[in-house]
Ligand binder design. Structure first.
Ligand SMILES: NC(=O)c1ccc[n+]([C@@H]2O[C@H](COP(=O)([O-])OP(=O)(O)OC[C@H]3O[C@@H](n4cnc5c(N)ncnc54)[C@H](OP(=O)(O)O)[C@@H]3O)[C@@H](O)[C@H]2O)c1
Length: 241
């Protein structure tokens, strides 16, 4: 099994690559020229590194990258800097998602697609509702924080556009506040948010996100359970907070 990974140089993307390697799977990763990749990844024969900026690639180029891959994982996100948050490309994630789904329509076989999203994405189609306070904050964020808008566009493209499209099956994984911890720990997966991401956020370690994403790709029962859904992932140790 081979996976195309976008955002593989990022804090979570790197961990997804390592999780796949632990499972003896191979991956093609697309990273910018400037990206810093750990030696464990660059030196591994199961990893193919393609240098380039995903935002500059056409749908045809992305289709070629997807050709011999069974699955795609997107862990792209805007760099936490003034330029990363307020500069172009404003729709980094949504553009990549659109190109992936467009490219997938030309294949004969169905591909799995896992998108890293956020609990700031509300799945209204699944019955999630924001409180008055959350609506206020999210509306403000949509105006002042381009990456928030990008995450909404990306999620909506899958949730509202593609449920029955046929050539791609997707899962939108929604972590709460991300943090780093060395080892995987217990986590829970919920169909809907159980905490307010604004007023009572939970925590999700990046390693747990990467573990869940890798398990989705290899465990078909898990995949069938979450296919076309937007599971929220929380570390179990944040339950009491
Ligand atoms: N922060 C939180 O608490 C939180 C919570 C839930 C969800 N999220 C979401 O989780 C996602 C990933 O988080 P993370 O911390 O793993 O992200 P990260 O470490 O910032 O990684 C972002 C990835 O996107 C790439 N990227 C950024 N700007 C790019 C551009 N202009 N062109 C091409 N590639 C670009 C980066 O490449 P380079 O290495 O080349 O920069 C990197 O591979 C984000 O979408 C974020 O919205 C965040």
């Amino acid at each position: 099994m081979k996976t195309l990974i976008l955002g593989a140089s990022g804090a979570t993307g790197k961990l997804v690559v390592l999780q796949l390697l632990e499972r003896n799977l191979s991956a093609r990763i697309v990273v910018r020229e400037t990206a810093v990749i750990p030696a464990k990844i660059t030196g591994n024969k199961n990893i193919e590194i393609v240098k380039g900026n995903i935002d500059d690639l056409t749908t045809d180029q992305i289709q070629k990258l997807m050709l011999d891959c069974d699955s795609i994982v997107c862990c792209l996100g805007h760099t936490i800097s003034f330029k990363g948050i307020f500069g172009k490309p404003y729709n980094l994630v949504a553009n990549a998602v659109k190109k992936i789904t467009d490219a997938a329509s030309s294949f004969d076989t169905v591909k799995k697609f896992v998108l890293m999203s956020t609990t700031a994405y509300t799945n209204k189609k699944q019955g999630e509702k924001n409180t008055f306070g959350e609506k206020l904050i999210f509306s403000l964020l949509k105006i002042v924080l381009p990456p928030h808008k990008d995450n909404i566009f990306a999620g909506d493209h899958l949730v509202y556009g593609l449920e029955a499209a046929g050539r791609i099956e997707w899962v939108v994984v929604r972590p709460d506040s991300l943090f780093d911890e060395e080892n995987q720990s217990e986590y829970e997966i919920c169909e809907l948010k159980t905490r307010s991401p604004v007023f009572n956020p939970g925590r999700t370690s990046r390693i747990n996100v990467s573990h869940f994403m890798a398990e989705l790709l290899v465990n078909d029962i898990l995949w069938q359970k979450w296919k076309y859904k937007t599971p929220v992932i929380y570390n179990k140790d944040c339950r009491e907070r």
